[in-house]
Design a binder for this molecule. Structure first.
Ligand SMILES: Nc1ncnc2c1ncn2[C@@H]1O[C@H](COP(=O)(O)OP(=O)(O)OP(=O)(O)O)[C@@H](O)[C@H]1O
Length: 449
């Protein structure tokens, strides 16, 4: 680690002399002539250690020490002190200084102290990095997948989580958009406050508005009492608006206002309420198209889409399939009191070649059904849902046992022609025969091309 040391002294000779000596020891240095200047530097620069004189005009070394100890507890402070003031130096150690050095400075002693203080700092920084890494894994604990595409998603999650920025999570149905929203919340400073999910497509237009913003007594038929909305309940936390593409224009305007002004009124209410809520929205629709069609507000889109996280479909990250399959196999074995631990190579191949239009949700359901269907501890091809095995058959040519050579040849030609939409040159090339031969065989077998 390359460390940066801040040297604070009102005497220029001392500042510069120490800076030169410490640079020779391989450190970066910055200097400040006053405590105030030092505070400004710590605020905007990366500082790993402060060496400060005690007696300075404006802000004393004591005050600077107190500031650093309180605001930046990880940064050690070494105090420089004149001969007559050793008592004050000892006092500073009580206040949290790492150590002190008397003037004129013995450079060897200073160099030793600096090295020791910084090696402690390095350990502390590494410890913190490990904590953060652990935290990251904990926040993403339910998300399985190590493919490069998913790793990129995790990086963005990691980056946006500590901020308040609105996030729009896009991707096909079943790719795990909700899990991503959970991970953002769980890794954010709001993690101890609620994460409230609203499934926008599941509610009728009028219900959605009162669900989100609440209503006053008698606001509409059936509104017997006053009700708090989800935005109020999520105060201090996060709201996850799933299927945001489904919401009507009236609700779109109200959400836009919450984003811009943090305020809204309950349905049928006069009072303006203020909330501090972070918004994460998700959609499997192309909102740009909805904007063109006039069904989604462009201003709302830009407010929601401050950061976009696109979760890739499973077919683009097939390398995640084995991990997902084994995790689901374990979950559903436990749930069904079975011990299904393996998967037959043919079944594995089928899972791998299937395009998974329903993504991870479909894979999860398929493994659940296969675990239930399996007769022993290994999942066989027959245990998988027909939608998967039949789709797999599309790539295969089935030739029943007992077929003659002629019969087999006819089926091969027929299927290859079909797969290539009747293109004879391509079919001949794939089969490794001349076009003329193919033509003759098509006539001979009376294949309809
Ligand atoms: N990476 C993953 N690891 C483990 N389970 C996953 C993963 N991604 C999705 N799932 C599981 O798949 C199912 C669907 O995920 P989720 O509801 O988050 O998808 P979605 O993209 O929000 O779908 P929709 O658009 O239909 O609401 C859930 O059961 C979820 O737990």
């Amino acid at each position: 680690m390359k460390f940066n040391i801040l040297i604070v002294d009102d005497e220029r000779n001392i500042r510069d002399g120490l800076a030169t000596a410490l640079k020779m020891d391989g450190y970066d240095t910055v200097t400040a002539a006053t405590g105030r200047e030092a505070v400004a530097i710590i605020q905007k620069d990366v500082v790993d250690l402060v060496i400060s004189d005690l007696r300075m005009p404006e802000m004393s070394g004591h005050e600077l020490l107190q500031h650093v100890v309180r605001q930046y507890p990880g940064i050690p402070v070494i105090i420089l002190t004149g001969h007559g003031t050793i008592e004050t130096a000892v006092q500073s150690m009580h206040e949290g200084a790492y150590d002190f050095v008397t003037k004129p400075v013995n450079l060897d002693r200073l160099s030793l102290l600096v090295r020791r203080a910084l090696s402690n700092r390095e350990l502390a920084l590494q410890h913190r990095a490990m904590q953060e890494e652990l935290e990251k894994q904990r926040g993403f604990k339910d998300i399985i997948g190590k493919s490069p595409l998913m790793r990129r998603v995790y990086d963005v999650v990691q980056q946006v989580a500590p901020t308040r920025a609105s996030v729009l999570v896009t991707g096909e149905s079943g790719v795990g958009k909700e899990l991503i929203a959970n991970a953002i919340h769980a890794s954010s400073p709001r993690k101890d406050k609620p994460l409230i999910r609203v499934h926008c497509a599941a509610l009728s237009e009028s219900l959605l508005e009162s669900e989100l913003f609440g209503h006053e007594k008698g606001a509409f038929t059936g509104a017997a009492g006053r009700k708090r909305g989800r935005f109020e309940l999520a105060n201090g936390g996060t709201i996850f608006l799933d299927e945001i593409g489904e919401i009507n224009p009236a609700v779109q305007i109200k959400i836009l206002r919450v984003l811009q002004e943090k305020t809204f009124e309950r349905v049928g209410g006069e009072e303006t309420l203020e909330v501090d809520v972070r918004i994460i929205a998700a959609t499997n629709r192309d909102l740009k198209k909805e904007i063109e069609n006039g069904t989604f507000r462009e201003d709302l889109f830009y407010r929601l889409n401050v950061v976009n996280i696109h979760v890739p479909p499973l077919r683009d990250r097939k390398e995640d399939i084995p991990l997902l399959v084994s995790a689901f196999m374990q979950d559903f074995s436990e749930e069904n009191g079975k011990r299904v631990e393996g998967i037959d190579p043919r079944a594995r191949a089928a899972l791998y070649s299937y395009p998974w239009p329903g993504n991870i949700r479909e894979l999860r359901n398929s493994i659940e059904s296969a675990v239930v269907m399996s007769k022993d501890s290994v999942i066989q091809l027959e245990d998988l849902p027909p939608s998967i095995t039949e789709a797999d058959d599309a790539d295969l040519i089935r030739i029943p046992l007992g077929s003659s050579m002629e019969d087999a040849e006819r089926r091969i030609i027929e299927s290859t022609l079909l797969a290539n939409k009747g293109n004879k040159s391509k079919t001949a090339e794939i089969l490794g025969i001349g076009r003329k031969t193919l033509h003759r065989k098509v006539q001979e077998y009376q294949i309809e091309a």
